[in-house]
Design a protein around this ligand. Structure first.
Ligand code: IPM
Ligand code: MG
Length: 359
């Protein structure tokens, strides 16, 4: 039976990289390797410009009707002065919340072809394979109260609330333990339990789930400041890192740069029903429209969709192999360009992946 996929290209380079993902999907379709129905909708700054809100109701409805959502990127300088309530980022947070995708997988893997692209020494980063599991539906991103108000004495006060309930911690912890079980069976939970009570609860709940349901997975705990340091000092010590929404936002950017190329890394945001797939890089307004953006993170997000939503790991592996092949052939977009390699644009890179899919 055919599955439905909603495409949300979004802003900036989102349009360009989505076009390359669609090329890959079209090829797979013509080969009979998938049976997908596509729809498209607006999200982010383009939605604000066209209909006055970054998250139109129609987009939410379509997302909830779909088996998976593929998202390019949102945001851009022209929307930065807007009120928080209608900024493109609010559209992204809104769709994550509406779909209740609470488990965000951000793999940080070094592509051997790009090992010397990292700012860290190759002997520190070579062979790293970390899965950051970021809670995505709660925490200070959504906690109430929030906002800026004025005190009786005229000073302004800004408030955001770090908020977690036991069930929110349990459900993401279960996912993370399950993923660790299929890997090296090591899970490091990152918190700030020495200072923040809400994350002491986090630590206790993760420990209880581990003891009761996943005794075969080795669980460790780390304070977030130490984790940030250890990621740079000795990243190979990590297998799966489980953490809160805010800490995961920060640590996943850090982990991505161990690989040298944020333009290469995909992500999956999973809920109990739907799932959202997007590259972890942003909309890169500075290079939007120039045809030079790297489409590989978007294409690798498509691979994650085949693995986690469509149950077709063989197709996921085929896409990943095709990406390896174009890197082996020496093709590079500007962001990953190295001496002696062939610089190509967005469309040429996408076409090369499609050609390699059939090999
Ligand atoms: C991310 C981004 C978003 C986040 C922004 C754009 C709202 O940084 O996906 O990591 O903070 O979650
Ligand atoms: Mg981020």
């Amino acid at each position: 039976m055919s599955k439905s996929v909603l495409l949300l290209p979004g802003d900036g380079i989102g349009q360009e990289i989505m076009a390359e993902a669609v090329k890959v999907l079209d090829w797979l379709g013509t080969q009979g390797m998938c049976d997908l129905k596509f729809r498209e909708a607006l999200l982010g700054g383009c939605a604000y410009d066209q209909v006055g809100t970054p998250l139109p109701e129609e987009t939410v409805t379509r997302a909830l009707e779909s088996d998976a959502v593929l998202l390019g990127a949102v945001g851009g300088v022209q929307w930065e002065s807007l009120d928080y309530a209608v900024r493109p980022e609010r559209g992204l947070l809104g769709i994550r919340k509406a779909m209740d995708v609470y488990c965000n997988l951000r793999p940080a893997q070094v592509f051997p072809q790009l090992a010397d692209a990292s700012t860290l020494k190759p002997e520190v980063v070579s062979g790293i394979d970390i899965m950051v599991v970021r809670e995505l539906s709660s925490d200070i991103y959504f906690g109430q109260p929030r906002g800026v108000s004025t005190l009786p004495d005229g000073r302004q006060v800004g408030i955001n609330t770090l908020y977690y309930t036991t069930d929110e911690i349990e459900r993401v912890a279960r996912r993370a333990f399950g993923i660790a079980r299929l890997r090296q069976k090591r899970l490091c939970s990152v918190d700030k339990a020495n200072v923040l009570e809400a994350t002491e609860l986090w630590r206790n709940v993760v420990t209880a789930i581990g003891q009761a349901e996943f005794p075969d997975v080795a669980l460790s705990h780390m304070y977030v400041d130490n984790a940030a340091m250890q990621l740079i000092r000795n990243p190979r010590q990590f297998d799966v890192m489980l953490t809160t929404n805010m800490f995961g936002d920060i640590l996943s950017d850090e982990a991505s740069m161990l690989t040298g190329s944020i333009g290469m890394l995909p992500s999956a945001s999973l809920g109990d029903r739907g799932a959202l797939y997007e590259p972890i890089h942003g909309s890169a307004p500075d290079i939007a429209g120039k045809g030079i953006a790297n489409p590989l993170a978007m294409i690798l997000s498509v691979a994650m969709m085949f693995r986690y939503t469509l149950g077709q790991s063989d197709v996921a592996a085929r896409i990943e192999r095709a990406v390896q092949r174009v890197l082996d052939a020496g093709l590079r977009t500007a962001d990953i360009m190295q001496p002696g390699k062939e610089k190509v644009g967005t469309a040429a890179m996408g076409s090369a992946v499609v050609a390699a899919l059939g090999e």
